[in-house]
Write a protein that binds this ligand. Structure first.
Ligand code: SF4
Ligand code: SF4
Length: 427
């Protein structure tokens, strides 16, 4: 079977690392978080630069593995067709927190008559698991963060679980965090136990990969997955973008182990990603999906019908034509500051807005391009602030542009919020 590993926060590993840090605080045996970020950037940039060759290499590797079926899907329709065929008579599908599955496939699956269970939401109510145990341990120095995740071999866990318990009548559809093109090894990051449960109990498994998640070897795939856990940790703890729910997998009974399908279907779904590679939004492909950019975004909760979108997804689905507006972004730049890969989502949102053919009033055109206004205002902040505080120009703006003279006006400064935040953090 496909070699598959899951990385999980481990309280015992954290205890060990903590003891090491107490005994020898001056000799951290692991790279600093900054070194780790630098390494991650190299991996991600290489993955995007070699996207096509990595897809080809992975396809060759998977085609040579037993019990693996491979489908290359150009778009979601092709992926949905492959999923429907693979499910056969089973009409229940359990998914993980993969935003690709949630935002690009789940509504199509429901339209095709499937019951879709979000396995992660079901786990959220069981808070006394490793998540809390791990979090209750003292905060680690940055240099000790890396070894706090343990790895388990999911393929072994699946075969022994099937032998003991049998399987349940559902199909597990799981979005993969990283896969190595050379070995075809799959990596997941898990904060609860939902992915392990799906992997062990599903009658049939389908793994979904998007091209940018493919990296050359196992070590790159492991590091990329580890980064998901490290930088997305607080977001998980805060439950951002998570709506809770029942643990519906619990209600499905086990059936005979002979019902288990030994074949794993792997779908590599592009759905418009590769065309970003040579354009102004290339950096979106660097994203590992950690959701750290969600943490400080002041308006993320208003990001539209697809609730739970992070800033990168908010932009990405606008570019893909799945949503019609970017108006909830304030361009505060916090997502850029938080991103371990330095992806300037805020800057790309400004670009996307200015290229958007949407008809706007003069006032809203000025307001959505307030990056430009801010630049003008910040060149002479004293004069700009005096102008905004004067009732004559404000009365003119009220009549001509429709910007109320009573609305509070921003104060212009020489420094930018982003620069100020970075300085504050480095201190
Ligand atoms: S720039 Fe926009 S998307 Fe990014 S944190 Fe600020 S409001 Fe959110
Ligand atoms: S854009 Fe957001 S989700 Fe993507 S890597 Fe940066 S912080 Fe993580």
């Amino acid at each position: 079977m496909l070699s598959t590993f899951i990385l999980q926060p481990s309280s015992s590993d954290k205890r060990r690392a903590y003891s090491r840090a107490m005994i020898a605080p001056k000799t951290p045996p692991f790279p600093s978080l900054d070194d780790f970020k630098a390494q991650l950037k190299i991996i991600r940039n290489a993955a995007v630069a070699n996207l096509d060759s990595l897809v080809m290499r992975l396809s060759e590797t998977l085609s040579g593995l037993p019990n693996v079926e491979l489908v290359m899907a150009n778009d979601e329709q092709q992926a949905l067709k492959a999923i429907s065929q693979a499910c056969g008579p089973t009409k229940t599908i359990a998914i993980n927190q993969s935003s690709v599955i949630k935002h690009e496939l789940s509504s199509g699956l429901r339209q095709n008559g499937f019951r879709v269970i979000d396995s992660y939401s079901g786990e959220f109510s069981h808070f006394e698991d490793r998540f809390v145990n791990y979090s209750q341990l003292p905060e680690m120095p940055e240099s000790q963060l890396l070894p706090n995740f343990s790895a388990s071999n999911l393929a072994h866990l699946r075969s022994s679980s099937i032998e003991c318990n049998g399987v349940k009548d559902f199909v597990g559809l799981l979005g993969v965090n990283a896969i190595s093109s050379r070995e075809g090894t799959v990596f997941f990051m898990e904060h609860f136990c939902n992915i392990s449960k799906v992997f062990q109990q599903a009658r049939k498994l389908i793994l979904l990969i998007t091209p940018e998640k493919i990296v050359p070897g196992n070590e790159e795939a492991r590091l990329q997955t580890l980064a998901m856990g490290i930088f997305g940790w607080e977001v998980r703890l805060l439950g951002l973008g998570n709506k809770g729910g029942d643990n519906q997998l619990q209600d499905i009974p086990f059936t005979a182990s002979s019902n288990a399908d030994p074949n794993v279907l792997v779908i590599v779904m592009d759905n418009g990603r590769r065309r970003l590679k040579d354009g102004p939004y290339r950096d979106l492909l660097l994203c590992i999906g950690c959701r750290a950019c969600m943490r400080s975004c002041p308006t993320q909760q208003f990001f539209g019908v697809n609730s739970g979108l992070n800033p990168k997804e908010y932009l990405y689905y606008f570019i893909q034509g799945r949503s019609s507006s970017l108006d909830f972004c304030l361009n505060c730049g916090m997502c850029h500051v938080e991103c371990p890969l330095d992806i300037d989502v805020s800057g790309m949102i400004i670009k996307a807005r200015s290229q958007c053919p949407q008809k706007r009033s003069l006032a809203s055109t000025l307001l959505v391009n307030f990056e430009l206004l801010s630049k003008w205002g910040s060149t002479m902040p004293g004069a700009a602030n005096a102008l905004l505080g004067n009732r004559v120009p404000r009365g003119f703006a009220d009549r001509v542009l429709g910007i109320s003279k009573d609305a509070p006006a921003p104060k212009f400064r020489k420094d930018t919020l982003e620069r100020w935040l970075r300085r504050k953090r480095s201190r």
